[in-house]
Design a protein around this ligand. Structure first.
Ligand code: HEC
Ligand code: HEC
Length: 204
């Protein structure tokens, strides 16, 4: 039988093992709703943005949203407007706002159909240029993988997806860990970027 002190030592171990990197603070969505008021003009009251140049935030994973806000703040992701918006936010504000948007429902765009090129890139990649299938990380339905911070893409505006892929390609956006997305976007042609962006915006 395990003694009391052994049990205590074991529970300390478990706490240490599950350390701060895994225990992400749960934001308060109700507080986040109020704190997101200054964002509504561009991103919409419920995170379904008013114009295609403003990414939708509704239904995006909280872990990914928080990462982006921290990186706008420190200018690891470069966008002067968003840096100014993120600057006054505390860690708690960021968690609350991220929790709020994550709970909203994204509206889905209508992809230009049929889009065989976009579908092929998304589902199988391009073997001749070494582009991997997007499904591997962003999922067959574009819902991403929250624990890995692979963002959801489904329903996002095609114009934003296209701009972002071009920013990864040119290196203007460089906040992707291990250059994952920069390496992939560099291998995509302009035509493939436009096609996969349109296709992805119609996923649900
Ligand atoms: C004046 C318009 C404007 C306002 C106000 C604004 N944003 Fe943004 N936001 C943008 C634009 C433009 C981008 C896309 C930047 C880019 O192209 O990299 C963006 C990107 C983002 C992203 C990254 C989304 C993604 O899919 O990677 C997050 C998160 C975000 N904004 C959160 C917020 C929050 C939270 C607020 C309020 C505190 C806010 N924004 C206020 C214009 C705005
Ligand atoms: C190996 C995993 C992986 C694969 C494969 C992958 N992605 Fe990504 N993608 C990521 C990660 C990680 C991010 C988030 C980068 C960050 O943290 O800023 C991302 C971000 C994105 C974004 C930005 C989303 C936003 O809201 O700003 C787009 C667009 C995107 N990927 C499109 C694609 C497309 C299209 C493909 C297939 C051609 C693809 N990705 C394949 C891992 C991947």
């Amino acid at each position: 039988m395990m003694g009391k002190s052994a049990l205590r030592a074991l529970s300390v171990c478990i706490v240490l093992l599950s350390g701060p990197s895994l225990v992400h603070a749960q934001g308060n969505a109700a507080a986040g709703k109020e704190k997101s008021e200054p964002c509504a003009g561009c991103h919409g009251e419920d995170g379904n943005s008013n114009a295609p140049i403003f990414p939708k935030l509704a239904g995006q994973h909280a872990s990914y949203l928080a990462k982006q806000l921290h990186e706008f703040k420190t200018e690891k992701r470069v966008n002067p407007t968003m840096t100014a918006m993120a600057e006054p936010l505390s860690d708690e504000d960021i968690d609350d706002i991220a929790a709020f948007y994550a709970q909203q429902k994204i509206t889905v765009e209508k992809a230009e159909a049929p889009n065989a090129l976009g579908e092929a890139i998304y589902r199988t990649g391009n073997a001749s240029s070494g582009v991997p299938a997007c499904t591997g990380c962003h999922g067959p339905d574009g819902s991403g993988i929250p624990s890995a911070r692979f963002p959801a893409l489904r329903g996002q505006y095609a114009a934003y997806l296209e701009k972002t892929l071009n920013d990864f390609k040119s290196g203007e956006r460089a906040n992707d860990a291990n250059s994952i997305m920069r390496a992939i976007a560099a291998k995509l042609s302009d035509e493939e970027i436009a096609a996969v962006s349109s296709y992805t915006s119609g996923l649900r």
